[in-house]
Design a protein around this ligand. Sequence first.
Ligand code: SIN
Length: 308
Amino acid sequence: MANLQVTLAGLHLDNPVMLASGILDSTPGILRRMSKMKVGALITKSISIKPRPGYPGPTAVETTPGTWINAMGLPNPGLNEFVDEFSLTNGSVTIIPNLVADTPDEFAKLADAVAVAGAKIAEINLSCPHPKASYKGRLAAQDPRAAAEVVEAASTKLPIIAKLTPNVTDIGEIAVACARAGASAISAINTLAAIDIDPELERPILGNGYGGLSGAGIRPIGLRKVLDIVQALTAANLDTPVIGMGGICDADDVVRYILCGAHLVQVGTTLAGNPEQLSNITEGLADWMDRKGYQNLEDFRGRVLEWF
Ligand code: SIN
């Protein structure tokens, strides 16, 4: 019988399949519903210090079947309301707040506040591809020094997962900088910077113009980036766990990421309209391991690295 249990920064999770930030996670009620699934942990929509209203619509459009472009604008009620409304301590499944900010000090303030509210670990979003400031400048996750500064500032009160962007030349270098700065895990990938155009209206398809691509079509890019991260961490003698995501639609996709060296995975876009798929994916992973005769995730993690 397959054992799916996994440890993340000292936390014991029933299985390695997490709900990704940004989908079915914006209210306590939706999170409660998702906690009934076979899921290792739930990650919240990004929380900022002040409330953010989000961008004007359309905010999410399916560009090709299964692949979506979105620019939500990080809508959230702000730190105070989040801490009041979301219980981080007494659910049956670990809830991991995802934090977004513009400076290391703001990240530190958010991390400290969610730690006081009972969070055991937080994910920091260094990588949303379309904040206004990034149209000309760079995201924290596009600069190893900036990413490291944020990780260092945020990780004083609780373990931190650094969520990276694929929109860089060398994602391994950024992952190593984050790990050396104290990140307890690296998650990747956030969405690919993208635009799409409505030929009839002769304008961008999204209200915000700029957006990020997610869903089935980006899976091979996610796998490549996770492979790059695992190789770079290994070369730097770092054993920081990697959480793979990008285009996971079924159990085979989870297997693909673990074969590339991921310890855990996050599932997002495919759950829009089909939340139960989360449990199907976890059950499918156990079935695959049983069929292959694997008892633990370590039995096949990183198996394809020798091919590269
Ligand atoms: C959004 O809220 O616009 C997307 C967030 C992200 O990609 O990190």
